[in-house]
Design a protein around this ligand. Structure first.
Ligand code: PGA
Length: 244
């Protein structure tokens, strides 16, 4: 894995304020020192921090993404929402869509499909999350569920080069549990076969301990990291261990 270009995406979820951004100075200087390695760092903070974080990272190669957006890229009467053009305008380049925490709130595959399309139109790159629940896994439905999420989520989207797929088993998110290496390998290869040429990330309880196992799974192109990315030292540790 270490010869490949690896993505490390920090999903801060509902975490962080202006003061928290100070802790990224460590990551910025680490990133400068480790230029020889091929990796891309992307921070996805809450919407309140998209603009200040984009400003802070302007002269670095670390990029910024949002965690969700409305399905229309136009302005509208949608209290509490932001759209992909607004995200782009503050300097962010990515948006996470289809995260299970938003699917749980009622987002379905066709809504996610509309969000992906309007975000691509705005010129954003997509971090498209898919994953099975524990009961689906127990019923051996994982591949069926993932195929459905992919087919519906990416419906009528021909050019998929700006879409990264993040395989995040719902039961692994925030639980400290991860699938077996062989399971991740099988699923990532399955996704790559389904979406030809795609980059596939793994997400769900990635931490400083299990990264040694996860990094050895050859076909994984990177990691979407929640809890462990909120602490800069842990985030740096995960990156260092990936390349050690
Ligand atoms: P976690 O979250 O690393 O805290 O499990 C990952 C995610 O939800 O993207």
């Amino acid at each position: 894995m270490t010869n490949k270009y690896i993505y490390f995406i920090a999903n801060w979820k509902m975490f962080g304020n202006l003061r928290t951004l100070g802790s990224l100075n460590k990551v910025i200087s680490f990133q400068k020192k480790f230029r020889r390695n091929k990796f891309k760092l992307i921070y996805c903070p809450p919407a309140t921090l998209l603009s200040p974080l984009s400003d802070k990272l302007k002269s670095t190669s670390i990029e910024v993404g949002a965690q969700n957006c409305h399905e229309s890229h136009n302005y509208g009467a949608n209290t509490g929402q932001i759209n992909s053009n607004m995200i782009k305008a503050v300097g962010a380049k990515y948006v996470i869509l289809g995260h299970s925490e938003n699917r749980k709130l009622g987002e379905n595959d066709s809504l996610i499909n509309l969000k992906i399309k309007s975000s691509l139109k705005s010129g954003l790159k997509i971090i498209f999350c898919i994953g099975e629940t524990l009961s689906q896994k127990r019923k051996k439905m994982t591949k069926k569920i993932l195929s459905r999420q992919i087919n519906r989520g990416l419906k009528t989207i021909r050019n998929k080069k700006n879409i990264l797929i993040a395989y995040e088993p719902v039961w692994a998110i925030g639980s400290g549990l991860i699938p077996k290496e062989t399971e991740i390998l099988e699923i990532v290869q399955f996704i790559k076969k389904h979406v030809k040429g795609s980059k596939v990330l793994y997400g769900g309880s990635v931490n400083t301990k299990n990264i040694n196992i996860l990094k050895s799974i050859n076909s994984v192109d990177g990691f979407l990291i929640g809890g462990a990315s909120q602490n800069s030292k842990n985030f740096i540790d995960i990156i260092k261990k990936t390349f050690n």
